[in-house]
Write a protein that binds this ligand. Sequence first.
Ligand code: ZN
Length: 308
Amino acid sequence: MRALRLVFFSCVALLLLVGCGGETATESDKLNVVATTGQLHDTVSNIAGDAVVLTGLLGPGIDPHAYKPTQKARRALDAADVIFYNGLFLEAGMGEVLDQLAETGEKAAVVAVGDNLDAEQLLGWEGYDYDPHVWNDPLLWRDVVTQVRDTLVTADPDNADLYERNAAAYLAEIEATHDELTALYDSIPADKRVIITAHDAFGYLARTYGLDVKGLQGISTESKASANDVITLADFIVEREIPAIFVESSVSKDAVEAVQAAVQDRGFNVVIGGELLSDALGEEGSDGATYLGMLRYNAQTITDALKK
Ligand SMILES: [Zn+2]
């Protein structure tokens, strides 16, 4: 009796501390995961659900090329068990921090998803080894889904079934979205299939859906467009009678507006066809707030503007 009472009281004491036989995992038991870009954050979220504590670093409108980690971001990175980042020098201002964290060997995993893709599938770029905007090819992004799944399964085998199930469902959703995008882009007349933006973020999209792409600043937002670039692009737009050019949520609109003005000087009118989500997801609650929503939003915006 005395022993039973002891068990009872220790259980009450335990209940007060952590809960006795109730919820199986508390927040602190869960894997702590950080993802840099919105695209990656949403992908991890689809696979992990609420089985992990997930933090995203780059919110809507944030330019990953120029981003430097804040104090808060540093704390999140330090506390993480697993870090997913795009790699291929997308997060140029975070490279050193991420390398250091990987070198400590204290993390369960630090994964540069882009660096792990098959190099033959990657586009090259002047001044860089590879074009880092790999999310714009959803079929290529499927490999990122499997990387995230496998990393989580290894780091947290108790939830392996959940990660595998969620990843399979998400892969099917990505493939269905790809079919939708194919139909949309195919509806643009052949001679108008050109995406003109401030920086070249849509190379993979152009390759996947058979469009041309022209960016003013090249692949990174770190270099500035010259007056000569503006003139060359304006001449091209006039010659091809391209109806619309696009601004981006994470890049200054000045360069695109300069092109529009130069086109007008040449007696042709090109409209700003809308704001594309190139490197960051849309605001919470908007059509582009998820990775697949972003792809659909861009496809709709581009086709609406170029079909006119
Ligand atoms: Zn970019």
